[in-house]
Design a protein around this ligand. Structure first.
Ligand code: PAF
Length: 277
């Protein structure tokens, strides 16, 4: 496995456009990322993993500066998982000038939920993913479903720009107690880590209740939100949405494929999770 830091070196190491499977990451890898690599490997193509903490998707008050940069450990894990190439550019390599051209996703999809609480987040994500797609030119790219809205925004970007890449979603990898793996779980104290499972439990309760009694949707969301608050969380949203467009389901749409999405802060750590049902 090679670790490459420049676009030229990466292009020289690949046989050409459309010849690799790609997993974009911000590093600080965990088993969830390694599951994405295994899914990418199943395509029988060389697997490229990028590690780049993308300033454009962080608001000024967020954790860009403190986001863990653990390249050596990440490279070891990726070697073990069978990645072929790691692309870990410096910021000046990917953004040699300030990145003033940006990819602005459709506000109907990108300004709700995560985009409402993190304005500009999906513009930052789309801009770097578009750039990484130009650099890596993958045939397939794998993204985790834990970032459910991100996966939808990227699929739509690929569709609207007719990008020659197939986007695949990968199921969320969970710890034994059900907590969705996330690089940000590392910020949790021991006590918070024990409490952290409450978010996915709340989503499960909402989903089970809505399947039994669709009329109880608003009450299920409100009660789960109040329960989390009572346990010391600060929820941004716990909400049931249509899987196809992330809009709130109308009364006649409650038997359609749905997803319940949640984001909440525990102490200073903001966690997100979702459950399709
Ligand atoms: O999901 C992530 O880790 C990031 O948003 C991504 C897709 C690597 C873009 O920086």
């Amino acid at each position: 496995m090679q670790v490459l830091h420049t676009i030229d070196a990466l292009r020289a190491a690949l046989p050409g456009p459309g010849t690799c499977a790609f997993v974009p990451t911000m590093g600080n890898l965990h088993d969830g990322h390694l599951a994405l690599v295994r899914q990418a490997r199943a395509h029988g193509l060389p697997v490229v993993v990028s590690i780049f903490v993308n300033r454009l998707q962080f608001a000024p008050h967020e954790d860009f500066d403190t986001y863990p940069r653990t390249l050596e450990r990440d490279a070891e894990l990726l070697r073990g998982a069978g990645a072929d190439l790691v692309f870990a550019p410096k910021e000046t390599e990917l953004y040699p000038q300030p990145q003033t051209f940006k990819v602005a996703p459709d506000p109907a999809l990108a300004d709700i939920l995560e985009g409402h609480f993190r304005p500009g987040f999906f513009t930052g994500v789309c801009t770097v993913v578009m750039k990484l797609f130009q650099v890596v030119q993958p045939r397939v790219a794998v993204f985790g479903k834990k970032d459910y809205q991100q996966l939808m925004v990227i699929r739509e970007m690929v569709r609207q720009f007719a990008l020659p890449v197939t986007v695949e979603g990968a199921d969320t990898t969970r710890a034994a107690d059900g907590l969705a793996l996330s690089s940000r779980n590392g910020y949790l104290s021991t006590a918070e880590r024990e409490q952290a499972i409450a978010l996915s439990r709340a989503l499960r309760l909402i989903a089970d209740r809505v399947r039994l009694d669709p009329q109880a949707l608003a009450a299920a969301e409100a009660e789960a939100t109040a329960d989390l608050k009572a346990q010391g969380w600060a929820p941004d949203y716990l909400t049931v949405r249509r899987r196809d467009n992330l809009l709130a389901p109308q009364p006649g749409e409650l038997s359609a494929p749905l997803v319940v999405l949640g984001a909440a802060r525990l102490g200073t750590t903001r966690l997100i999770d979702n459950l399709e049902f």
